[in-house]
Design a protein around this ligand. Sequence first.
Ligand code: FAD
Length: 252
Amino acid sequence: MRNQYDLVVYSNLSVTPHMRRIKLHGESLKAFPTGQETGYVKVDFSKDKNTKIMRSYTIRAFDPERRLLTLDFVDHGDLGPASRWARQAKKGASIRVFGPGATKLLDPHADWYLIGGDMSALPAIGANLEALRADAKGYVIVEILSQEDQQLLNLPTGMEVIWLIQEDSDPPNKQLVETIRAVNWLPGRVYPWFAGEFDGMRNMRAYFRDEKNIDIHSMYLSCYWKLGATDEGMKRAKRIDAESDLEGTNIQ
Ligand SMILES: Cc1cc2nc3c(=O)[nH]c(=O)nc-3n(C[C@H](O)[C@H](O)[C@H](O)COP(=O)(O)OP(=O)(O)OC[C@H]3O[C@@H](n4cnc5c(N)ncnc54)[C@H](O)[C@@H]3O)c2cc1C
């Protein structure tokens, strides 16, 4: 990811209690490619040259005319540099991003869709749904942190949305896996698209690959964060998982 963009905060608004929408502006965005929604940028929170701290955020929207890049940040408290920054970033604050990284699009030729994840995946889910064909069928299952974190999703009428509220006592993504098991399986080829917490996505992989016999190349399963680990810790866990998974079907 060599392309670097030095930007400033244009606006920082609350979408729902645990989601902030930050629009970034800069003349350098003149060179930013269009059509990259669902892809991601690396946001640079490094303190100095020797300690690189980068975090991945989905491109929720891009307006090339106004040079505005929209990112949605889950507010998960003050523990991580990204969430901490997003909670208080003021208009005009400087921030550097790199990218974009590859888009995470749905397979347009699938017969139906099983889409979901937790709040970290909502920006990619929202952007994907907006691009979905009008006659698409299936389910969107999203685990959110409170009832008020439901978002208005712009989606085809054949798609049913199921919101799940994560209980404090439950590990993240637990209800997601349970709910997917219970949905009415539609005829034809399904395209599963899920992103969320590391262990939740491993359970999801076991379900789709081992129980439903779906080839890893015919779905998108991605781990976006790991409970109790920083982003750097999550990446280490992903590498170990990839090495130890005998089928070689590691989550991305
Ligand atoms: C391709 C990709 C796209 C992504 N897009 C988005 C996006 O659009 N919006 C978004 O909000 N996130 C997104 N993420 C996830 C985001 O990069 C991680 O959540 C990241 O760890 C946040 O960094 P941090 O500095 O806030 O916390 P870190 O320093 O990484 O972690 C600190 C602590 O916070 C916890 N934590 C981290 N993330 C979460 C979370 N989401 N919920 C609860 N606890 C958490 C960790 O377990 C750890 O204990 C994406 C990740 C990937 C790989």
